[in-house]
Design a protein around this ligand. Structure first.
Ligand code: MG
Length: 377
């Protein structure tokens, strides 16, 4: 099992749960990073005593002063985050950053040969070809933290290539609704997820099913399958976290209560399994497990994501960038819920296609897609 870890995005939902796992397993936290929440960062620094802590520029002065009586080195700037990921020695880097910002630190950590636990799906959505190629070159293992991908990864233990991956989706808070009924959805409505407690961006993505679209792209990269081999299936109870079907049509599923600490812990202890604070499923009191096909006409970002990864190149980066911008605008009350769908679709059609983008091209594509979305409002 690993001895020490770097946690990027330590103040977010996955980040704090990761530190909870580290606390219980006695794993040394070598570095952490957070953007805005300097109070929580200070608390985390005092408890875990990392060598280094990265913070967003706005909070740099305040945090540095607050930690003046400690040995924690406080740094800021994008370059400092990349060099932290590269230079700081650790067995594992867990990336729980939000959005495309996670791409460069992930690449830096792979370059230095660190094992990666990836909770930042946008990294693979936008730069999956480059990230997976670099990981193969460096012999670096990328362990999924996302519950569905952790489930698929667990179902593939001891198995060969799957014939099919069945990605489960809760369907989010608007399951069963038609487009017309989504017209007046507010951020508060969309932030009410039935099963999972998560950050704001991913909760909105879950409500639009874009989250499942991003996960489909992530799965293509992580498991080396074609988009056609992935089926999204609505499973309202969030007990089965995903399944794989083998060539003989045998299906293996991974089940558990919906609690991210299980997936986080498995990425940290892999290939071992140790006790966790997550409860057991009480099968006797489960009323049943239900399944349905997703409504791709209403939740059109799911098929859009599938088409984007089929075409490949920089298109997934454009879709992802446009979506990040649209969700930001929606949460700020600047656009309507249905505008998210329209803006992402329009930005994807407007994006200039590149078959084999570099990291620079991907970041440029992302910026152009955001500008397109912001320009429409
Ligand atoms: Mg997920």
């Amino acid at each position: 099992m690993i001895q020490n870890i770097i946690v990027l995005g330590s103040t977010g939902s996955i980040g704090t749960q990761t530190l909870d796992v580290c606390r219980r397993l006695g794993i040394r936290v070598k570095a952490i990073s957070g953007n805005h929440n300097e109070k929580l960062l200070e608390q985390q620094c005092r408890e875990f005593k990392p060598d280094i802590c990265w913070v967003g520029e706005e909070k740099y002065g305040a945090l540095k002063t607050a930690l003046a009586d400690t040995d924690v080195k406080v740094v800021t700037s994008d370059d400092a985050l990349d060099s932290l990921a590269y230079e700081q020695e650790a067995d594992l880097l867990l990336n729980a950053l939000m959005g495309i910002r996670g791409l460069k630190p992930t690449l830096a950590a792979i370059e230095s040969g660190k094992r990666i636990a990836l909770a930042n799906k946008e990294t693979l959505v936008a730069g999956g070809d480059i990230v997976m190629k670099k990981a193969a070159e460096k012999g670096v293992r990328i362990l999924p933290v996302d519950s569905e991908h952790s489930a698929v990864f667990q179902c593939l233990q001891g198995g060969k290539k799957p014939k099919k991956i069945l990605l489960t989706a809760s369907g989010g808070p608007f399951y069963g609704k038609k487009r017309e009924e989504l017209r007046n959805i507010t951020p508060t409505d969309a932030l009410r997820h039935p099963n999972w407690s998560m950050g704001a961006k991913i909760t909105i993505d879950s409500s639009t099913l874009m989250n499942k679209g991003l996960e489909l792209i992530e799965a293509v990269h992580l498991f080396g399958v074609r988009p056609e081999q992935i089926e999204v299936i609505i499973h309202r109870e969030s007990i089965i976290h995903s399944m794989v079907e083998y060539p003989d049509n045998a299906v293996i599923a991974q089940l558990g209560l919906p609690d991210m600490r299980l997936c986080i812990q498995y990425a940290i202890t892999y290939p071992e399994r140790v006790e966790s604070p997550v409860g057991s499923i009480d099968f006797g009191s489960l009323r049943g497990l239900t399944f349905a096909k997703p409504d791709e006409e209403t939740f059109s970002l799911l098929p859009l994501a599938r088409e984007a990864i089929k075409k490949g190149g920089n298109l997934p980066a454009a879709v992802n960038g446009a979506n990040e911008a649209a969700v930001t605008l929606f949460l700020a009350g600047k656009i309507k819920y249905l505008d998210i769908f329209d803006l992402v679709e329009a930005a994807a059609s407007a994006s200039a296609f590149q078959k084999e983008p570099t990291v620079r091209d991907i970041l440029d594509t992302d910026a152009a897609a955001r500008e397109f979305v912001y320009g429409r409002t």
